[in-house]
Design a protein around this ligand. Structure first.
Ligand code: ATP
Ligand code: MG
Length: 389
């Protein structure tokens, strides 16, 4: 029977509270793969054995989903066999025939054997030699290469069963989502903020999203784009609440009462203040943004100081030191890139001044903010909707 072994990533290094991380991981895995069928879960030695309990489970889809779950270091799709050497060869070789030549055409291999059950009559050296011989005989095109093999075949003798695995895939890594509390992402429809969200989810934060829109300047499509991003992100980030706040009125007020060159920084401070208030009301521990130093005028070091001190919370900016190419690489990996590059307007670009202030001054900001009606921030929830993903 085919099973999955999910090898822990960082969790394996945790001490006393390892159980807490494990339980969260299992909960997150169940949420993602139980729609595909019933599975049984068993923990042993930093490995989670995931055994299918119902027929006709789509294993490829289950594998794809497991690879998106933070906390898993590697996924090994394996066959579970009786603990009898003859049976291991009889059933293991046809399984290898199916799996070995699936993704690539390997020319060389090595066997890694482990005997956790010391009562098994062959030790790991004997297993490697004997089973290696059986593989060579079955697949004459393969050669042994102990140093840089194209594939590593893993043979494990455990308490109840033996397992053979021909494909070990790198997992998403990190810490299970939910283990580090929750934070609020300022999610635009761009490339950077979805990447920032996934990077912090990888550190165990459960993330909800706050999006600002400015209808009629931004279209319904722009909001739909952000909704598609949330749907896509929920593969990696788990359940997501999307708050969307209509900022039109406040933006028009800034435009009508403050100098053009200060619009960008004033708008961003407004966004941060609303986010800060939402965090306070709903117990988020931090704000997350997709800012990267120097990328645009609102992201100069001087402008970042001005946005930072609009709130009392920590602001996490995981992509702050990355260049666009590195960010795009992650966006492609988490499958948000093609949605992010759809063309719709973001509210930030609506009244963008020709020459935004590169070094805004706090004293000026305070002066201009005094011109704005404080009710908008005070009562922003009147302009807010919530949707679950
Ligand atoms: P992104 O690719 O994430 O849109 P960007 O390079 O376009 O970033 P800005 O438009 O300056 O940069 O936005 C910087 C950050 O501000 C974004 O990463 C996001 O966290 C936040 N932000 C921008 N626009 C919005 C919006 N409409 N709603 C919520 N947050 C926003
Ligand atoms: Mg943007």
């Amino acid at each position: 029977m085919e099973i999955f072994m999910a090898k822990y990533g960082e969790i394996a290094l945790k001490g006393n509270n390892k159980r807490y991380f494990e339980q969260r991981l299992i909960k997150n895995i169940k949420r993602r793969i139980s729609p595909l069928g019933e599975f049984e879960y068993m923990r042993a030695q930093s490995t989670l054995y995931i055994t299918p309990m119902s027929e006709n489970i789509d294993f490829d889809e289950a594998e794809r989903r497991l690879l998106t779950i933070f906390g898993i270091g590697a996924v090994q799709r394996s066959i579970s066999l009786p603990k009898d050497y003859n049976e291991i060869v009889r059933l293991g070789i046809p399984y290898l025939e199916k799996r070995l030549f699936l993704r690539k055409f390997p020319k060389s291999f090595k066997i890694e054997a482990r005997r956790a059950d010391k009562t098994f009559p062959m030790n790991s050296m004997e297993l490697m030699r004997e089973f290696g011989g059986a593989v060579l005989e079955a697949f004459p095109s393969l050669q042994v290469d102990l140093h840089t093999p194209d594939v590593t075949i893993r043979l494990e003798i455990r308490d109840r069963n033996a397992f053979i695995c021909a494909d070990r895939l790198k997992g998403a890594g990190g810490i299970p989502v939910g283990c580090s509390g929750k934070a609020l992402v300022l999610l635009s429809g761009g490339i950077d903020s979805p990447v920032a969200a996934a990077m912090m989810a990888k550190r165990g934060l459960s993330v909800d999203m706050l999006h600002f829109q400015s209808p009629p300047y931004t279209s319904e499509r722009a909001l739909m784009k952000v909704e598609s991003l949330c749907e896509r992100l929920s593969e990696y980030c788990g359940e997501i609440n999307l708050y969307s706040v209509n900022l039109t009125q406040a933006q028009e007020e800034i435009r009508d009462t403050c100098p053009d060159e200060y619009m960008t920084v004033l708008l961003r401070r407004m966004m941060f203040k609303i986010a800060g208030k939402l965090c306070e009301e709903r117990f988020y521990s931090a704000i997350i943004t997709g800012e990267s130093v120097g990328q645009v005028a609102s992201q100069t070091a001087a402008a970042i100081i001005c946005t930072d001190n609009a709130v009392n919370l920590p602001v996490y900016r995981p992509v702050i030191g990355m260049d666009k190419i590195e960010i795009v690489e992650i966006a492609r990996k988490i499958n948000t890139y093609e949605i992010s590059t759809l063309p719709y307007e973001d509210c930030c670009t609506v009244f963008t001044p020709k020459h935004p202030k590169l070094k805004p001054k706090m004293e000026d900001i305070i002066k201009y903010e005094a011109r704005l009606n404080p009710d908008f921030i005070q009562n922003f929830t009147e302009n807010m909707t919530i949707k679950k993903f």
